[in-house]
Structures are given as structure tokens and as C-alpha cells.
Design a protein around this ligand. Sequence first.
Ligand code: SF4
Length: 472
Amino acid sequence: MNYSDSARIKSVLQNSWMIHTDKVEDANIVIFDTCSVRQKSEDKIWWILKEIPKDKKIWITWCMVWHNLKLKKLNNKDEKMKHVDKWNFLQAIKTKDPEVLWLERMDNVKIDETKEYVMINYCFDPLFHKMNMAFPNLELFFRIDDLWFLPKILLSLWYYVKPDIEVTNEYTWIASQWANMNFSETSKTAFIPIQTGCSQFCSYCIVPYARWTEKNRSVDEVLSEIQKLVNQWAEEITLLGQIVNKHTEFTKILKETLKIKGIKWLRYTSPYPTYYNDEILAMHESEEILCPHIHAPVQAGSDTVLKKMFRWYTSDQYKQFIDSIRNLKRPISITSDVIVWFSDETDEDFAKTLELVEYSKFDMIYMWIYSPRPWTYGANKYQDNVPTEIKKQRWWLLNTMLNKISLENNQSELGQIKTVMVMSIDGLKAIWYTENMKHISFKVNENTKVWNFEKVKVTKVIALKLEWEIVS
Ligand code: SF4
């Protein structure tokens, strides 16, 4: 999702006469597209900001900004705002020309409820204020949903910008309208959001508060964006959504996308186990373009923990889902997410997670350390009470099991010839992942180019990684 958002930011700014560079040393403005899923992600930004030279302006957007919005404070300051439901206010489609709201002088601000506002900087006080004290070159905090209004925001900051394209107020339309731009000069991989936000409200997760509730894009809008990107440069398409398969027309989107000529690989992420249907699984079996990989986040193997997490399936239901994937005639690699130590997780609970992982034979697990996130049910009601030593021990046990299973799974790939796409070349080695999402490295030859599809043969397997050689 961050790749997709960054492409949209770039799109808006380039159409406002700004020029993009990947190199910080060449930039006047450095933009951070932040993540809040874990506290660590938010903490990291402070360290990264220290490395930005003082003569560069800093802008920050996305999750870290959104959930720090202090509308409550704003309510206290203006009686007129009291009746305005916080989320409705934030989600209001800005049909009129909104005013840029800074709230720099909180005491003097007069909110006119007949007007619409784009909130920046001190509206996110105290976070903006705190960061601005440490980094005076921090110029702008803005919500990604207000991206469309960025040119207007910049005018308020005394930039001379002039959008070349007619204004719309829908964040997700930006890329589709401007898809004739090549967002990434070399990439052949396009990330297409088919929905934004999430209404699942898992008890540990900040996403519904950082991106608010689900909003599906129409099938036509999604297909038109894909078609334009494929016409221009894209060969690999990844459909995005917090629960991508919860989109009411997900099956139709998959079917119609598969009809678009020129796509070599089609992926989607992240699905939720219980929103699958037989038709989607059947497509994985019969449609070569639909990559043989399913990322199926499980989070825990204990029903008690799953219930506390508000994950609405049991470990048995999840195993049945794994069985239905394994029963397909085409081998599908399966990856997952696991929170290793949720509140009150006992040794018995954790043993059930290990048992489920062994049963599922995951090719990869993204294990993450639970940290209570603001706003969430978990942060309000549960204790982060698993001792650090136990957390470390459980992480080690899970990682050891993952390495063992991954090595066993990878053995079956030895000697196979497959197509891969080259992501980067470092000296004599190239790095990418396969159509079934396995990380690989292989020796390059003089014809190997970044973003080329290459035929390679697996020559060696290790845990979590394959080594290949190019087949001429
Ligand atoms: S499904 Fe749960 S974990 Fe995933 S984004 Fe939504 S709330 Fe977060």
C-alpha cells in the first residue's frame, strides 16, 4: 500500500510542476510515507529524520499522521464542533473548495461548520509540535486522504504550484486518471488498491484507526487503471486491500483482470482466510497468470488467543482452509503472519501456534512482536504481560520451526526450471522472488537486466531462500 501511495504522491507533485528524484542529496523536499502497524515503525522515523540534512524540507504523511489527529482537542476549543461526529467529519467527501486548517493559534481559531477543511500540521499537535521542535525543517504533516488537495496545501505554504489536471476529490482516482504517467521509471510491477481502510477491527490492530473503514473501489475503476498501466509499462499486477478478498466483487475483479492481455503475473494481498470461495481457489489451480502463492495471515494457533484478537475463525477452520489449498492440483506456496506473544498467551497457547505452523507447512512467516497500539481494544483492555525472556524464547522456537519447514519445502524445488523477475543486481548476483514468492539469488550474465523476466534453474536450496542459475 505504501508503494501505491508513494506513486500517487509522486503523481500529484509531478503534475504540480515538481520533479521527482530518488536521491536525498538532490532533493529539496524529502517525503516520508509512514507506517504505524508497530510502535517500532513510528520510533524508527525519529532516527531516520536525524540523517536528513537540515537544508532539506521534510514532509510526513500516512498512518502515523492520521491516527495522531487531535480532533478531541479541536472539539474542546470550539463549541460548534461538539456535535460533529469525529469520524464522519474526517471522512466527509470534500465537495467544495476546502480551506487549509493549521490551528497554529489554537485559542483564536474559529471553525465555521459550513466549511470543509484540509487539516495539516498543528491539527496533529502535539506530535507535529514535538517533531517540529526536534526538526525545525519539518514543514508539513498531512493525511494521505487529503492528497488531492496537496497543491492547495502547498499554496498555503507559499509554494508556487499549478496542478495541470482538473481537480477531483477522490484519493483513489488519482492514479487511474493519471495512469499515462510511468510512476516508477524502471519497474514493471504495479500495485493497485481495490479498497482502502479496514472494518474488521482486530483487537491489536491500528489500521482501522489509521486508515478508517473499508471503502471499495468500483470494478470498472480498478480495471480501467490496470488496463492503462498494462498499456504503458506494467507486467506484474498486485491487487491491494487490507482484506482484499472481502471486496464484494473480488472474484469478478480477478476474473476480469485475468482477461487483460499483457499481464504476466497477477497477485493480491492480503486476504482473510474466511473470505475465500471455491471459485478463487479454482482460479489458482487453472489460471497460470494467477501466481501460485497465497498469503494467509493466521496470527495465532490457539482458539482462546484468536478470540481475544477478534479473529473470527478457529484453528480447525484455518486448517480446513489450508487443506483446501493443498488439495489443488497446482502446488501453491503459503505464507502467513503470526503475532508470537499476545496478551496472556500461555505456553499451551503458544504450543498450539507451533502445532498449527507445522501442520500448515508455511514457506514463510512474518512474525511480529506485539506492541499495544493507540485506540485499539487490545491497548485499552489487555495487558502486554508476557515477560521478555519468554517472548525471546518463543520467537526462537517459532523461527527454528520455520527454518526447518522452509528447508523441507524448498527441497522439492531443487532442479526445477522457473521464470523469475529480476529486482536488483548487486555485483555478480541478482535478487528477486519467484512466482510462488520465494526469495532467490542467482549469478547474472551480461544480458541480465533489472525488471527482466528470466528463466532460471534451482541449483541449491537453503532455508527461506533458493539459489538459481540462468538457463540460456
Ligand atoms: S483484518 Fe485485522 S489485522 Fe488486518 S488490517 Fe484489518 S484490523 Fe488490521
